[in-house]
Design a protein around this ligand. Sequence first.
Ligand code: ATP
Length: 196
Amino acid sequence: MIVGLTGGIGSGKTTVANFFAEFNNVAIYIADLEAKKLMSTSLEIKEKLINEFGVNSFLNDELNRQYISEIVFKDKTKLSKLNAIVHPAVKRHFKEFVDNNSNKKYIIYENAILFESKSNEICNYIITVTSNLKDRIKRVIDRDSSSKKQVLERVKNQWSDDKKKLQSNYLILNNDLSVTKLQVINIHNILTQKVR
Ligand code: ATP
């Protein structure tokens, strides 16, 4: 059983995923992290990226994230090409992860752009994490010293919470962390009842 976990930037997806990770019968897949890892380790992706974006795509054998980001930020066609290289590989990798974790009750699949990338279609249930915008902005600024403008820019590019909520089975309001944890325990209890 695949349980999608999403929410806007700084809402607390990773924090919530870490709470789920405390249950030993649940497997956690953080899509963004795995995609980044694959882009640096998969020879197939590396070859395709160099073909598409040139040798500068890698610096000392490490993915040159800044170089590629700058290109795709300015050019939508290039962004589609990047996605066409990375997405199928990530999809395959996730499928392997699911197969390797068939002994678990369910899989938490954390993806910031779950709906935007249509990955909700592979999920049996969906959890959306919400939190008020002011706190989210403050958390992200504190975490990675982005500017308010940069955070708002990313918020603008994501689906609104209202739109996500309409297609979610469960909502987690992430303000006080101890209350967040109680909500996670509650949802875990419901989900484990669903799998026999
Ligand atoms: P992103 O989309 O940017 O990856 P995210 O939704 O995964 O973010 P987290 O990384 O979990 O969000 O949280 C963002 C920051 O806010 C982290 O530094 C985290 O420790 C902090 N944080 C999360 N939830 C809370 C909370 N309820 N109270 C205080 N700080 C929090």
